[in-house]
Design a protein around this ligand. Sequence first.
Ligand SMILES: Cc1cc2nc3c(=O)[nH]c(=O)nc-3n(C[C@H](O)[C@H](O)[C@H](O)COP(=O)(O)O)c2cc1C
Length: 160
Amino acid sequence: MSDLAATLATAWDTLAAGVHDRTAPARHIVLATTGAEGPEARLLVLRATDRAAGTLTLWTDAATAKASELARDPRAALLVWDPEQRLQIRLRARVALRPGTPAEWKALPAAARALYGGTPAPGTAIPAPDAHRATASLARFAILTRHRPRDRNPPPWRPP
Ligand SMILES: Cc1cc2nc3c(=O)[nH]c(=O)nc-3n(C[C@H](O)[C@H](O)[C@H](O)COP(=O)(O)O)c2cc1C
């Protein structure tokens, strides 16, 4: 590709396709953060893109390791690979967490709500696969969005 503007547009189109098409390569995006032991990477579902603002939206459980990692250090890297186009999209971002709103929560199907909440918290070692109780909790529903420097004052929302 020689046209940089067209390349950028293709990258945004590829990302946007993931939001609406479960089979699109950008449906899942790798999010890398800095953990206590070094880099950490995991898959998340891409929930929204805003080309004009240059932002992506992802959702997580506020009790996950990634949430506390981002609260400590908002710098993140994101990665998508589209094999058909042979296109790798690499992004760097500063990520803030905000609580999901009751309206966003209501829009989720019940099965999806159950992904946010539960005991013990994600990442806790359990003695057996069924030693976890799923309880849907709006207080644990966190939206990953762009970190802006002014978020520092007042301090950003820290997950419970
Ligand atoms: C296909 C797939 C989709 C996933 N989507 C999400 C997601 O949207 N949000 C999320 O927090 N975790 C998602 N996960 C789970 C994460 O990859 C990760 O295992 C979990 O969030 C704990 O990560 P952490 O301990 O590094 O915070 C997904 C996993 C897979 C395999």
